[in-house]
Design a protein around this ligand. Structure first.
Ligand SMILES: Cc1cc2nc3c(=O)[nH]c(=O)nc-3n(C[C@H](O)[C@H](O)[C@H](O)COP(=O)(O)OP(=O)(O)OC[C@H]3O[C@@H](n4cnc5c(N)ncnc54)[C@H](O)[C@@H]3O)c2cc1C
Length: 390
């Protein structure tokens, strides 16, 4: 199909299937669910995956067109839909999984039926992930798993977990790790949400007491999980930075859609012919906007140059680190512009957007920790991208 014809097909389909309610509906609302159902029925739940694994079979150009059209009407992109399944374990299985694993797991990710979570970090192993000690021992046809993971985002709602486990304790640490896919619905797994000061529990402690993982759910070869685990992190970092395996630009949501200039007008009001009166503050905002713009242009250039559509390797760390810093700077400027209205926690004195902004600002502190800290990204850039000595 020509590019023009495909764009028209997407536009027409969106006109018939995507409503304002679906755009504005809350996460988990009936409208959102109906949107995901329609996407998946159309085969666009995972538009760029091969058809035999539940995907839409689109090539890179078609996929980019589709995402552009989704963005234009504010539709949640297919990439946003199934989180870690779609963006992290899905592409990893496409690259390293057996035919049986792809056939069993990928269609359920594409349709949004199954929710995945990540079992990497442990209480004693975060940045030094390779020191992990959760153990898996082969007994008959199953691996028996014992140990603990932490900061497991969404473990309380996940159906499956992809785990990094130690399968050989007697070799150098990177050489004794495997990746295994494990069903969360079993008695050997206990999930305890971590209560945060905000009252929400985005992540959990996850305990494994003789939990079972099927032998056929080992991803790649036994003890070769480190390479696969690192590749998955590249998919994760690519997604966080907006680089996206698919070329999807990051969609602003919630209060982020309020631009700094608009906020300045509404909150500080001291404008000099439409300019913020304080020159130092003005300069900070302009610098941030310029950096943001350059970052977006660089992302676009990288996507365009990368016609294969394959996620970058170690260079994803550059985008992850820069993107995290920009997130933090942007939300801080937003809160500063709102003054005391940007630091409200509850009460009638604050609008919904103001309360959400405070939470977004606090949440943005995690950008330079989740998916590997910025210090770890800088180490990767130094060693693996620039080739500096260890
Ligand atoms: C919002 C959020 C969601 C998360 N979701 C998940 C999840 O779903 N699954 C999962 O497995 N994990 C998850 N994590 C955990 C995350 O991967 C770890 O927090 C992260 O890798 C850092 O590990 P740590 O917390 O143990 O910190 P540590 O490794 O203890 O680091 C502490 C500090 O020391 C610095 N540091 C450590 N080593 C070095 C070094 N070699 N050089 C320079 N500085 C260093 C770090 O940069 C950091 O500032 C999540 C974290 C957050 C914040």
């Amino acid at each position: 199909m020509t590019g023009k014809k495909f764009r028209k097909e997407v536009k027409d389909w969106l006109r018939e299937n995507f409503t304002d309610e679906m755009r504005d509906g809350a996460e988990g609302s009936d409208e959102r669910k109906e949107w995901f159902r329609r996407l998946s029925t159309k085969g666009w739940g995972a538009p760029h995956w091969p058809k035999e694994y539940g995907g839409g079979g689109l090539d890179f150009q078609e996929h980019t067109t589709l995402l552009q059209e989704f963005q234009a009407v504010g539709a949640t992109t297919p990439n946003d839909n199934s989180g870690q399944g779609m963006n992290m374990i899905g592409p990893t299985l496409l690259e390293f999984g057996t035919e049986d694993q792809k056939k069993r797991h990928l269609p359920k990710i594409a349709s949004g039926e199954v929710v995945w979570c990540q079992g990497y970090s442990e209480p004693g192993s975060g940045s030094d992930l390779a020191s992990l000690s959760t153990k898996a021992v082969l007994e008959g046809d199953n691996y028996v798993i014992n140990g603990q993971k932490i900061w497991t985002s969404g473990a309380n709602i996940a159906d499956w977990i992809y785990l990094l486990v130690r399968t050989d304790p007697d070799v150098p640490k990177h050489d004794g790790i495997s990746m295994i896919l494990v069903d969360m619905h079993q008695p050997g797994i206990t999930v305890k949400p971590i209560q945060l000061i905000s009252g929400t529990s985005p992540f959990c402690e996850t305990f494994f007491d003789d939990a079972i993982g099927a032998r056929e759910d080992l991803v790649g070869e036994l003890n070769h999980g480190w390479t696969i685990g690192k590749r998955l992190l590249q998919y994760e970092r690519s997604g966080i930075s907006g680089l996206g395996a698919s070329g999807a630009p990051r969609r602003p949501s919630g209060p982020q859609k309020y631009y700094l200039a608009e906020l300045a007008k509404n909150y500080i009001g001291e404008t000099d012919n439409g300019r913020i009166a304080d020159p130092v503050f003005r300069d900070e905002i302009i610098q941030h906007r310029q950096n943001q713009h350059s970052f977006q242009l660089t992302l676009a250039r990288i996507r365009e140059e990368n016609a294969s559509g394959k996620t970058l390797g170690d260079a994803t760390s550059i985008f992850k680190a820069v993107g995290a810093d920009q997130d933090k700077t942007g939300t801080t400027l937003q809160v500063r512009l709102m003054g005391s209205q940007g630091t409200g926690w509850e009460g009638d004195g604050f609008t919904e957007v103001e309360l959400a902004t405070t939470r977004m600002w606090l949440g943005s502190r995690a950008s330079s920790i989740a998916g590997g800290t910025n210090e770890v990204q800088l180490n990767i850039i130094a060693k693996r991208v620039l080739g500096l000595p260890d």
